[in-house]
Design a protein around this ligand. Sequence first.
Ligand SMILES: [Zn+2]
Length: 151
Amino acid sequence: MSESNVIVSNEPWKKPLPNIDKDNEAFYEGLKKHKFLVWRCKTCGASYWPKAYCINHENEPFAANMDWAESSGRGKIFAFNRHHMAFHPAFKDELPYVYALIELDEGPLVSSTLVGAKTPKDVYDVGQKVEVVYEDHPAEGFTLPRFRIVD
Ligand SMILES: [Zn+2]
């Protein structure tokens, strides 16, 4: 993945901060290195995000059966919604923005906002291919994943 998949934001962050805890700390550390990590089942290779028990091995303890693995950062739009109203004041300047549920090529569904010139317009845009864009916030010391439509 090229460095054009990185956005550096020097705008002061006014939105809610990501909730980083022991179950997703590695994920956020991965984002800083521009890697999109998912949980992967050691037994069957199924990928999950967020933390989950493998549906194929539900009786096994989570930690013993899952490990972090790098995903492709690619997927497709599973569903989206164009927001015309800010649910948090800090989103006001970005209206309208597209909030999307992305189905990663590895399987898990992740939610994020779309960036870039291309945005989905109607139901026929469900299934459009997307890739992750890493939005670095150097002042605050975190990176957030966004997605953009690819041809
Ligand atoms: Zn499994």
